[in-house]
Design a protein around this ligand. Sequence first.
Ligand code: NDP
Length: 240
Amino acid sequence: MSKPLIVLTGASSGIGAATARLLSADGHPLLLIARRTERLEALDLPRALCRKVDVTERAQVEQAVAEAEQEFGPADAIVNNAGAMLLGHMADQPVEEWDRMIDLNIKGVLYGVRAVLPGMLARRGGTIINISSIAGRKTFPDHTAYCATKFAVHALSESLRAEVASAGIRVVTIAPGAVETELLSHTSNEQIRTDYEAWKESAGGALDPQVVAESIRYAYRQPQNVTVREIVLASTGQET
Ligand code: NDP
């Protein structure tokens, strides 16, 4: 039997790209969303619709999901993975960086949910996987605004899970510790980047994104009547 469509945001690098490869290898058609479409196309995956979408623009998300569902049938799952970590100090971090994270890490996730949820409710089934962070459960130095957005991802996921449970829809939160991706490179404060790299090294290195992708696949592959509510994973050497 052919496998259903999965929507994956932030598929152009890191955790998203690793997850796209795994889910494609499992035989799923995919909607791959990011702004750098050349990176999506370079993954070269079969039955993968690559769309240039800024997830902070709700209409773009809706349109891409509608197009993919037209081609591959209803979306059985969405992985809301697109996100940014812009570390900084409250007193001098450019406020635009807070705005960017709030728009991307919170509103982007909500828009992804809205794009698939009415259909899932009508079909009474589906899986919503939101990528939060350990920084969505506890705080870290220089992470104030980022933590605020990731705590929001945890909160909205918990609340949504209760709201849609009786419709047979699963909501999963994935909370990784440090993962070796491009994420840190967007932090504008050079000293914070240097300190973070040193912290990762002292922990014996960050997780491989492949490991996080496998945790996403694990949660998705459970029977529909089993919800893995949350997976928290970090490299063994990460103390905090
Ligand atoms: P990357 O920076 O490698 O990936 C981020 C992805 O988000 C890219 O594909 C990027 O694509 C996409 N993206 C960014 N802005 C937008 C936008 N406006 N619209 C659409 N897509 C966008 O980082 P990771 O793989 O590490 O991050 C993935 C998720 O994992 C994030 O939510 C992050 O917070 C979370 N996470 C990461 C950890 C880590 O240590 N790496 C730890 C815990 C959680 P493009 O630029 O092409 O649009």
